[in-house]
Ligand binder design. Sequence first.
Ligand SMILES: Cc1cc2nc3c(=O)[nH]c(=O)nc-3n(C[C@H](O)[C@H](O)[C@H](O)COP(=O)(O)OP(=O)(O)OC[C@H]3O[C@@H](n4cnc5c(N)ncnc54)[C@H](O)[C@@H]3O)c2cc1C
Length: 388
Amino acid sequence: MAYSAEVIVVGGGPAGSTLAGYLAEQDVDVLVLDKEFFPRSKPCAGGVTSRALAALGFSLPETIVREKCYTFRAVYGDTVREASFEEPYVFTVDRKELDTFLLKRARGLGAKVQQGEKVITVESTRSGIVVQTETASYRAPLVVGADGIPSRVARLVGHQGPVNAAACLCADVPWPEENSDRFHGTLETHWGLSRWGYAWVFPKKDHLSIGLGTWDRGQQNLKALWTSFVQSQGLPLVKAQGHLIPEGGKTKNQVTDNLLLVGDAAGFADPLTGEGLYYAFMSAQIAAETILALKKQGLAYTGNNLARYEKTCWQLFGQDLRCAMRLNKIAKRYPKLWQQAFRVPVDWFARALQVVQGKASYRQMYYWTLPRLPLLWAYTYAPTNYMR
Ligand SMILES: Cc1cc2nc3c(=O)[nH]c(=O)nc-3n(C[C@H](O)[C@H](O)[C@H](O)COP(=O)(O)OP(=O)(O)OC[C@H]3O[C@@H](n4cnc5c(N)ncnc54)[C@H](O)[C@@H]3O)c2cc1C
């Protein structure tokens, strides 16, 4: 059988193009198929945390960085909490620019890239995988699903049925003339608008990226929440784009014979903040290491051999995501309790920021939070609650 490439990556977003870059750098014959022509837009707040940058393994050119954010602001009703750092803890980017840069970089390293190639079916045959697009048919011994959420490739790996995900609405708005300094260098989040979720205003030098998302889908009218949030901020009511963020927390079922999933397609995202780029970069790196190791040892891409990918993902971030997921469940069940955590005089707020910076793990935060839950409970539900 004539193969089109040794590895076909379906999806040229951050996970797919980063993986393709790693493989091409080591002379692996890799082909990326993406349904879009780049530059293409992608609904995203565009926050790249310092831990995501570290996971990327190379620095982003200054032209890609829209703003370096030193301040995090959380707004809950009339309470505002702020934390500032000496070093930028999040960089904002325009996803059109970031994704185009990463894909071009992969191509520069030797990856083949086919744009405008929408994958329709991915079929497992005895001698490899056949990937059928709207116009052509490709074959490879290994196919990587990097096609975001919901993923076609993931269905083959057994990810079926309804996708557990947060629903989001987001849009770009012009930089406001009034209060224009409020947003520079600051990530602003708003809590308590939806049952379990938050809204954000991220600065992008010449415009703002705004949005809101909830992990408690189905119970809320997102459009109505959007209107009231945007109007409450005095920003123009523009049409929002909807998209999903995987709920995260799973590292099983990411491989089968000749198939592997990375990034959103694998369901890797933070179930408390929605951060996905860190996991896209981490999973791409682990996938590349797994593929290169199997190649070096002359081993086939069987599910058993690829299972080391799942295992490493579990060790490096999976167990941590599970703790984040447990916190998500508490927040979903007791949303008021969670939102209160931003207001009470325990340093929960600071701890949450340490996780974003990569200085602490969710595991640490979870075990720190558990014994403090009664205190949060008292603040939230006691009749003499000083917040009311
Ligand atoms: C509203 C919103 C805000 C977010 N904000 C942040 C944030 O601030 N920071 C952060 O870290 N994360 C954020 N995320 C999450 C982040 O966007 C994702 O985790 C990240 O994009 C995952 O990258 P990926 O490469 O796995 O998938 P994607 O970026 O979704 O890329 C998938 C690629 O696959 C292609 N594709 C899809 N289907 C096919 C097909 N059938 N055939 C061929 N190609 C296909 C698509 O065109 C796309 O290029 C946000 C998500 C949303 C929805």
